[in-house]
Write a protein that binds this ligand. Structure first.
Ligand code: ADP
Length: 250
């Protein structure tokens, strides 16, 4: 995944400008930085929930929403965007499950309707994922009958059901009670250890960031202030801005 000179503005408000970075296949990159620094916007751009107002984003070398043709920035067709979108999964802070569907219906919805899997195959796969997240007995429950932690585990299973090449995790434990944060992070640690899914992670859980990521990007005001391995970032950051941020959150 590559961001090339990406700009994102909302009206006059420039949130990201001249943003360049590359995430290699299999990388686990955590974005840290103060609230409002643009981290979630980056995930939303990759998920195509927002579109960049300038520059280019590439997934595996392919342009995501826009490409350069004859010196012009051209928007790509919806069909192209949908094809790329299939390869990306996202788990949100607020779970975002469909409340009117059961757990298993939530998980098979996209595999059936987007990937064209048969219902039977999708269900088998979903049951395997529910086992993995410890919720096989909740397949027929509705999301609102579950605790926040359980809903988040379903959301993780739903994202994994698409076999994503890239998994975007946006503050996935922020809405959870402290005592269940560890369960959810443990599941994600397992995913990190047992797959080669590229992960882009926004989190305030610095220990988790340290455990799973191989690179950390520190953002402030829509810019990358510092990039380092977790070992260096969390013990010996070079930039004063990073030190100030980390001493406030650690
Ligand atoms: P972070 O994730 O680092 O807290 P965000 O990416 O959520 O930061 O937000 C970056 C900036 O973009 C903030 O100033 C926020 O108010 C602004 N922003 C995000 N989404 C929108 C939107 N849909 N409309 C207007 N401003 C937005």
């Amino acid at each position: 995944m590559r961001f090339q000179d990406v700009e994102k503005r909302f009206g006059d408000h420039v949130v990201l400008k001249n943003l360049d970075f590359t995430v290699n296949k299999g990388d686990r990159v955590t974005l840290i930085g103060p609230s409002g620094s643009g981290k979630t916007t980056i995930l939303r751009l990759v998920m195509t929930l927002e579109e960049a107002t300038g520059g280019y984003i590439f997934i595996d070398g392919q342009p995501l929403t826009h490409e350069e043709r004859g010196g012009k920035r051209v928007e790509l067709k919806e069909r192209h965007k949908n094809e790329i979108r299939k390869r990306i999964g996202m788990v949100f802070q607020q779970f975002n499950l469909f409340p009117n569907m059961t757990v298993i219906e939530n998980i098979i919805e996209a595999p059936v309707h987007v990937l064209g899997l048969s219902k039977k195959a999708a269900k088998e796969k979903a049951m395997g994922l529910l086992e993995q997240v410890g919720l096989a007995d909740k397949a027929d429950a509705h999301p609102l009958e579950l605790s926040g932690g359980q809903q988040q585990r379903v959301a993780i299973a739903r994202a994994l059901a698409m076999d994503p090449e890239i998994l975007l995790l946006d503050e996935v434990t922020s809405a959870l009670d402290p005592e269940i944060v560890g369960d959810v992070l443990g599941i994600l640690r397992d995913v990190a250890e047992t797959t080669d899914i590229t992960m882009l992670i926004v989190t305030h859980e610095m220990q988790f960031a340290r455990d799973v990521s191989n690179r950390v990007l520190m953002f402030d005001g829509g810019h990358i202030v510092e990039e380092a391995s977790p070992e260096v970032m969390f013990t010996d950051p070079k930039e004063e801005r990073t030190r100030a941020f980390l001493s406030a959150v650690l």
